[in-house]
Design a binder for this molecule. Structure first.
Ligand code: DNO
Length: 362
């Protein structure tokens, strides 16, 4: 396991690489070319510049999150092959620069969805929250406007204004695309990119749908173990793998998180580990990483990763906004740094009590 930290690039992130370098036990960053639109090919020079910037700070790139998939690919539109070619070119350039892990999602129109970006908690922190009642009462474009008003001047991943400006068009694109069709479009995409993944040994890691059910009537296919198993067997190659995100799968309390990790042994290439609190059916809010602050047993999640020999990057995920920090919602420095330290502590304790040694990097 390697402990890592998500970083959006110096142009976009309030957190600096020099700060990440000082979080104990964090050796790598998970980053992206945040300014690239889905479908844009990434040049080798841009990737190299990013790598050199990260390395100059004493860190390295542990993986990319995300290379976003163009909606034409997800919807299976007639022009998808052109965007798949761009994706392959990006993977080739990443491979040439030594990147071996790429996280992506296959959610139509929206990336993750929340209804509040700064819900106050009793300790005075604020967190991202979701209320099904609020979603049911909202038109998708109204939702974008309310999110846009609450982002502290940052651009949220998956909620780029240019894309959201085309929201009606995007919804039209998915007319007639049900879960089966979406899955078929994913298979087509994975089969097309597999040769370049094999050539450069790049591990693709699909991110779950968040929340783990359909929103605004759009199909969702990455929500539970049976769905994941279909995806992994339909293109049965280790380069077709999973980002295990506890916070996304855990939005559905029926998902047994440690059980899923054990069942996915060998195919999890990347882990997002965070906690959330279920208030009542259809309402949850994010929490500090500690088990006692939310609804998940974080020890059991880390233990399942340890026991299955997980050797990829872990990153703490969305944190609370604390200590007056002004940052992208969910992506401040302070609470995520606390999260990284806590997760490293759990890992060390699990490793020592298993008798297999304390090493952070398995
Ligand atoms: C939210 C993130 C997602 C994730 C993408 C992966 O904060 O977990 O935006 O990066 O879904 O493609």
């Amino acid at each position: 396991m390697e402990m890592t930290f998500r970083w959006f690039g110096s142009e976009w992130d309030s957190v600096q690489l020099s700060q990440i370098r000082q979080i104990p036990g964090v050796t790598g960053v998970i980053t992206t070319l945040y300014g690239a639109a889905p479908g844009d090919p990434w040049s080798r020079e841009e990737i190299r510049a990013l790598r050199e910037e990260v390395e100059a700070a004493g860190l390295h790139i542990s993986g990319i999150e995300s290379v976003n998939v163009h909606d034409s690919i997800k919807a299976g539109s007639p022009d998808r092959d052109q965007y798949i070619e761009h994706y392959i070119a990006t993977l080739r350039n990443l491979g040439e620069e030594g990147v071996r892990l790429v996280c992506y999602n296959f959610m139509p129109v929206f990336d993750w969805t929340r209804t509040e970006l700064a819900r106050p908690r009793p300790d005075g922190s604020t967190v991202l929250a979701y209320s099904q009642k609020a979603v049911d009462a909202m038109d998708p474009s109204a939702m974008f406007r309310s999110i846009e008003g609450d982002v502290n001047g940052f651009v949220l991943p998956g909620w780029e204004p240019e894309r959201m400006g085309r929201i009606r068009e995007l919804f039209r694109l998915y007319q007639g695309v049900d879960g089966e069709k979406l899955l078929e479009n994913l298979r087509y995409f994975l089969e097309a990119i597999l040769p370049v993944c094999r050539k450069y040994d790049i591990y693709m890691a699909i991110h779950p749908d968040d929340p783990a059910w359909s929103v605004f009537g759009l199909p969702r296919i990455v929500t539970s173990l049976p769905g994941l198993q279909r995806i992994l067997t339909m293109v049965d190659d280790p380069h077709n793998g999973v980002t295990f995100c506890s916070g996304s799968y855990g939005t559905n309390p029926e998902n047994d998180l440690p059980g899923m990790i054990r069942a996915l042994k060998g195919r999890i290439h990347f882990a997002h580990v965070r906690n959330l609190r279920h208030n009542f059916p259809g309402d949850f809010e994010e929490a500090a990483h500690l088990s006692s602050d939310g609804s998940f047993d974080m020890y059991e999640i880390m233990k399942a990763l340890y026991d299955t020999g997980f050797s990829g990057p872990i990153r703490p995920d969305h944190g609370r906004m604390i200590w007056g920090e002004r940052a992208m919602p969910g992506y401040g420095l302070y609470d995520r740094a606390l999260g990284a330290a806590y997760l490293n502590g759990l890992w060390e304790a699990i490793a020592k009590s298993s008798g297999r040694g304390p090493s952070l990097q398995a």
